[in-house]
Design a protein around this ligand. Structure first.
Ligand code: HEC
Ligand code: HEC
Ligand code: HEC
Length: 481
């Protein structure tokens, strides 16, 4: 949907001029008059057009344009600079915050369409948009029942319901011998420390499948530095389980997919120690010495050989098998009501009412978007110890766009009970505390102990199984190559 700002029939230009001339008070009066006129026009015309007709579509666009585009349109210069000063900068802040949270023109680089849908569903249920102060200053911009009905033709409750959750299915069995060889090879490489300079660090060192696909450390330990101690990563290691479904990989999204991601750690001086793309030759040379690997490379890739391309493709193929179906929540979704405890069932409801199910949505409860971490409170202040020094700023670290600062890839919450410590800072040990912080920074309600307890119980119901065995019972025997 392409939205242009303030089409002339909205008379917003006139309004703006009038406002500058007559001051803020005049603007309110003019806004009231125009808003009332517009509102009555909208109310009378809406009834006339059948749902889905071009006229209804035009009406829908016009409503969004008039009531929402000032803060969710394509640009952020929608406010009057003079009035912004009079509002002590509130206008600028609102417009920028609005655009970070939701855009009328979907931005696939930042958010999957399902998250846009769920956020709009929430607005249509709660009616908290436009913000109260804006409604007061711009009479006629409140969402009416007629508007909501019209918007529901594009953002339906049924579609939102379908997008909110999903069950995880087991990875499909390989269909060709090549595919089977690729996965087997990937599993060996995932566990192979020869991908590091010191032959001591493998992918599994930091993404241990018996530890929820993480290392359970605040900061990961890579190859030793000059002082002989392991070098520490800058951010907490996310899980590899179900990572395939992430919109992009890494907290800042700098890798498009698992294959591109797998090329990162070996050439990271802090993680596996190599530094230059030509170092792949050194890794390939070491791997070629092993008795079992060259035949598997040949079976999987023919005569392509042992290269960065084949190594990362095999690892990605293995990672795609690391799905975790059969959680208590999956059983519940498949109709077994008693699979969730009363606390967890109440927690599911609270999770929806608090708005958690917008960002943490879809089959893996997250991974679908990059989101601003400080919506209602400063996450780092709540999450990090006082001496904590921040070095990561999310999507902006990758895109270099200032408006992406502090927008982090939403973590998926499947198996979250096993992936402590939490947040990109790795500085919160208990799931209860992470939930409490999330309610403060993103929630729509209050963080009562009962609410925190129930949501935590709901999140504990997300622990799934690998090859039929619950993730919290896996032993090194179960996951060794
Ligand atoms: C004055 C600016 C402003 C206007 C006008 C405005 N919004 Fe917002 N909107 C915001 C801000 C700020 C946020 C983020 C804070 C929040 O969610 O409360 C937001 C958040 C949202 C979200 C994400 C909500 C969530 O809970 O995740 C949606 C969807 C949204 N707005 C839709 C709308 C719609 C639809 C309209 C028009 C009916 C509208 N907004 C008008 C400023 C605005
Ligand atoms: C020294 C510890 C370490 C090693 C070794 C390591 N990783 Fe990671 N991994 C991390 C950290 C830390 C991050 C987060 C980095 C970031 O987002 O900037 C990460 C991120 C990831 C992600 C992205 C997940 C997401 O949710 O975005 C995947 C997938 C992954 N690693 C797989 C691998 C694979 C495959 C290997 C081996 C080739 C590997 N890792 C080696 C620590 C490590
Ligand atoms: C606006 C989007 C958004 C909403 C709404 C939201 N979250 Fe989050 N959540 C995030 C982001 C982004 C992070 C990562 C923050 C960071 O590490 O800096 C996160 C992190 C988390 C984590 C830590 C996971 C980990 O592996 O480190 C938990 C637990 C969590 N959220 C639970 C919740 C709960 C419960 C709610 C509802 C009260 C909620 N979230 C609402 C975006 C959101």
């Amino acid at each position: 949907m392409q939205v242009t700002r303030f089409p002339t029939h909205m008379k917003m230009n006139t309004l703006t001029k009038y406002a500058v001339g007559a001051g803020a008070a005049g603007a309110v009066i003019a806004g009231a008059v125009l808003g009332a006129l517009h509102l009555s026009a909208a109310m009378t015309t809406q009834a006339e057009f059948p749902a889905g007709s071009p006229e209804a579509k035009a009406q829908l666009d016009a409503t969004l344009q008039f009531k929402c585009a000032a803060c969710h349109g394509a640009t952020t210069d929608t406010y009057n600079p003079l009035l912004n000063i009079l509002s002590l900068g509130m206008m600028k802040r609102d417009v920028e915050a609005g655009q970070r949270a939701f855009t009328l023109t979907p931005d696939a680089d930042v958010r999957n369409a399902s998250v846009d849908l769920l956020k709009m569903d929430q607005v249509l249920t709660r009616r908290h948009m436009p913000p109260m102060i804006y409604r007061v200053m711009h009479p006629g911009t409140g969402l009416t029942d007629a508007d909501a009905k019209l918007l529901r033709t594009q953002y339906s409750e049924e579609a939102a319901h379908a997008a909110r959750y999903g069950t995880i299915t087991p990875a499909p069995a390989p269909t060709t011998p090549q595919e089977a060889a690729k996965i087997q090879l990937g599993k060996l490489l995932y566990n192979d420390p020869r991908l590091s300079t010191t032959n001591t660090v493998s992918c599994a060192s930091c993404h241990d499948l018996t530890k929820g696909g993480t290392d359970n450390l605040s900061k990961s330990e890579g190859v030793p530095g000059a002082d002989g101690k392991p070098q520490l990563g800058g951010v907490n290691a996310p899980t590899v389980y179900n990572a395939e479904t992430n919109i992009r990989q890494f907290w800042d999204g700098r890798a498009a997919d698992l294959k591109e991601q797998a090329g990162g750690p070996p050439l990271n001086p802090v993680e596996m120690g190599y530094a230059h793309p030509s170092d792949w030759n050194k890794i390939a040379y070491k791997l070629a010495q092993s008795p079992e690997l060259p035949p598997l490379f040949a079976a999987a890739f023919g005569d392509k050989g042992i290269t960065a391309d084949t190594i990362t493709e095999a690892i990605a193929a293995y990672e795609k098998t690391l799905r975790t179906p059969d959680s208590a929540f999956d059983a519940y979704q498949n109709g077994q009501q008693q699979a969730l405890s009363p606390e967890a069932a109440a927690g599911k409801l609270a999770y929806e009412q608090q708005g958690c199910a917008t960002c943490h949505s879809g089959p893996t409860l997250g991974g679908q978007s990059f989101e601003y971490i400080n919506t209602y409170a400063d996450l780092r202040r709540l999450a990090a110890p006082s001496k904590y020094i921040e070095g990561a700023y999310g999507l902006a670290d990758f895109t270099k766009k200032p408006e992406h600062k502090d927008m982090f890839r939403v973590p998926n919450l499947r198996n979250v009970a096993l992936t402590a410590p939490y947040f990109h800072t790795g500085s919160v040990d208990k799931l209860e505390d992470a939930v409490r912080i999330m309610i403060k920074t993103q929630g729509k309600g209050i963080d009562t102990p009962e609410e925190v307890n129930n949501i935590t119980a709901f999140l504990r119901s997300q622990t799934g199984k690998l090859n039929g065995k619950s993730l919290d019972a896996l032993t090194p025997e179960d996951v060794k190559p």
